[in-house]
Design a protein around this ligand. Sequence first.
Ligand code: KG4
Ligand code: ZN
Length: 345
Amino acid sequence: MSPDALRLWDGPVLGIETSCDETSVAVLEGLSVRANVVSSQAKLHEQWGGIVPEAASRAHVEAFLPAMEQALSESGMNLSDITAISVTNRPGLVGALNVGLTAAKGLAYALEVPFVAVHHLEGHLLSPLLDDPDLRFPHVCLLVSGGHTEIVRLEGVGAYRLLAQTRDDAAGEAFDKTARLLGLGYPGGAAIQELAQGANPERYPLPVALEKEETLDLSFSGLKTAVLRLVESEGASLDKPDAAASIQHAIARALVLRGMQATEREGVDCLTLAGGVAANERLRQSLAKECERRGWRFRTPRAEYCTDNAAMIALAGSWRLAAGQRSGWEAEPESTAPLPGPVES
Ligand code: KG4
Ligand code: ZN
């Protein structure tokens, strides 16, 4: 598929994302992000060491209107300039999704504009396009977030094939759970990255699960157990920065290994990296280096478009709207859902 085959909605699209613990509202025009406001609930959930769904829903209700007002003000637009709405309705926390979905329906009704409910992972899969409109298809995407770790082949926009996934914890979950074992805050990925700076990643050898097996699947639950054992056996003598660097190294090694194997097996020459864990500098650098060695393209968006954001949701909705897809008032939030297919005409 050539990039100019990517037809987008003609006019400003309001994107809404409330599937987990970020309330995000964006304004997208074509591929130009006019505003992408993200209000994170990380501080709220830190006290519990993880996301409490009921608290997340309430926080979305409080944060939504201020986030929308900020997005409109940053983009220099009024609500009346919005010509369509794209909102995440799956997968995610049902109560949290419902806040964004209900807001989208209310706005669509009041503004008399169409809305479309989209799959959160389609947003992540397409997010590299926000920084590289010339992104080529087919390619393989390593989609690594707090809730998902999937390897997907993209034949084109709307044509996705799941190649492999984690058998247990997601990569972001592995960062979050091991960070907790080290006594770091939530979410753990950024905290581990920061602590690992300048530390020795070889100090504590940690396992890469399924390393030698004939599969593209991943597994991170063994890492959590290994870190628990390490923390218990080292006690007060544990060097936390070295432990953080070793954890980051183990997760990155597993992801780089599978990323290379999947791209090779699929016979394509482009790999993308998306999802919250894609914000990890060590992972980005390792994948960039390995792809360069093989003469492949490597694309990953800026960190702001890796972690949950409404710009990627506006993008996923924009092409669906342009292709004629619309959602009706009966659209519901769904906690789980397979990857979406093409627009049916
Ligand atoms: O995509 P995302 O914002 O939400 C989900 O859809 O899950 O991903 C959140 C995950 C968290 O597990 C967080 O620890 C991880 O992304 N993360 C990172 C970094 N920044 C966020 N992991 C590693 N390094 C980072 N710099
Ligand atoms: Zn996400």
